[in-house]
Design a protein around this ligand. Structure first.
Ligand SMILES: Cc1cc2nc3c(=O)[nH]c(=O)nc-3n(C[C@H](O)[C@H](O)[C@H](O)COP(=O)(O)OP(=O)(O)OC[C@H]3O[C@@H](n4cnc5c(N)ncnc54)[C@H](O)[C@@H]3O)c2cc1C
Length: 340
């Protein structure tokens, strides 16, 4: 890996939950930050996320350390940004077939009586479920907006409705900022946090960022108050209550999801579909985050990943440390672009 570009003059491209978090943490660390987005904060795939902070259970892999710290980092962020819209509900995962798995970090295996206590409207509580009491869910756009407001409060300049057309370099090849539809923005470091668009922005620089759009539907459902209390993950859906009369579900088919919700919960007969949105998740080809400086282009840094809602609080703080302070964060060591 090349050394992180140390800079107090940073352009962050993308005001999704990743870029907003990087901008907030970098501005808080004292950098002169410009956050630029072609639209509004959180209006990319972040707006169509199930937004489960699912930090429990991951034991191995390059992002295991990041995941392990994700919950704690959200609690830290919530203390820094009062009113951050996070709901610490815990999560319950079960399958009707097969035996219970071993509990992973932050998990316990619970029986049918415990499931019935946690989710009183489940008609037939499963024999076992994985209970992760530390998990939660966020209003992903609300968190992004709060991060942008926090960045502004620390002096960041936020330029919305401004598509970035290219990354600028000086005669020596060092990054000098970005070119936008509204003119150039200067900065000695550019952080590409543009989700699925990160790959296309990197191509003219001769850099391949192997991330592909991975479509995934999100259903919004009208539902009675108090139907679901935790984040519920089954073979049929990921489901959680986001308002008194609203559920969201991440699943493959609206019809199958409606049928499964109605048959799983008492009082769910009248649940109806309000909308379907298909978001394009920025999915690195090996499924692991791509976070770090780009060796070939001094001053360029990339931050693109799946499960970015879970990881945003942790990644934003660590990227800011690398970019602003020049530290090399061990928790990011498995996430570098040069592994490809
Ligand atoms: C159905 C579904 C369920 C999901 N469930 C979960 C979950 O439970 N937990 C979890 O952690 N993750 C989940 N995800 C994934 C998560 O939503 C994403 O990982 C995350 O939102 C990615 O954030 P981002 O900031 O990288 O991307 P984005 O939100 O897409 O942000 C990128 C930003 O870059 C901007 N941009 C792009 N190109 C340019 C340009 N040229 N100039 C200026 N700006 C530009 C865009 O406008 C956008 O605002 C889910 C996703 C989906 C679709």
């Amino acid at each position: 890996m090349s050394s992180p570009p140390v800079s107090r003059d940073v352009v962050v491209v993308g005001a999704g939950i990743v870029g907003a978090s990087v901008a907030y943490h970098a501005a808080r660390a004292g950098a002169a930050v410009t956050l630029v987005d072609s639209g509004l904060p959180g209006a990319g795939v972040t707006a169509d996320s199930f937004a489960w902070i699912g930090a429990s259970g991951v034991r191995t892999g390059p992002a295991a350390g990041l995941r392990a710290s994700a919950t704690e980092e959200y609690h830290r962020l919530g203390a820094e940004l009062p009113g951050l819209p996070v709901t610490w509900s815990g999560s319950l995962s079960w399958r009707r077939e097969g035996g219970a798995p071993d509990a992973g970090p932050g998990q316990t295996i619970v029986d049918a009586a415990a499931v019935a206590a946690l989710e009183p409207t489940v008609r037939q509580p499963p024999e076992w479920a994985v209970w992760a009491p530390g998990d939660g869910g966020v209003d992903s756009v609300g968190v992004t907006e709060r991060l942008v407001a926090g960045a502004r409060a620390h002096g960041a300049r936020v330029q919305l409705d401004t598509p970035v057309t290219s990354v600028r370099r000086d005669a020596a090849g060092q990054v000098a900022g970005v070119e936008t539809a509204a003119g150039p923005l200067s900065g000695a470091t550019v952080v590409l946090a543009a989700g699925v668009a990160t790959a296309a922005l990197s191509v003219p620089l001769g850099v391949r960022v192997p991330v592909e759009p991975s479509p995934s539907p999100l259903f919004r459902l009208r539902a009675p108050a108090g139907l679901v209390r935790t984040v519920v993950n089954t073979e049929d859906f990921d489901l959680r209550q986001v308002a008194a009369d609203r559920l969201i579900a991440a699943a493959d088919s609206a019809e199958r999801t409606l049928a499964a919700v109605r048959s799983t919960f008492r009082g769910a007969e009248g649940v109806e579909l309000l909308s379907t949105r298909v978001g394009e998740r920025p999915m690195p080809v090996d499924g692991e985050p791509i976070v770090g400086p780009v060796a070939e282009v001094p001053g360029l840094y990339v931050a693109v990943m799946h499960a970015a809602v879970t990881l945003a609080a942790a990644v934003g703080r660590l990227v800011a440390r690398e970019v602003v302070d020049g530290s090399v964060e061990p928790a990011l060591s498995g996430c570098r672009l040069d592994r490809f």
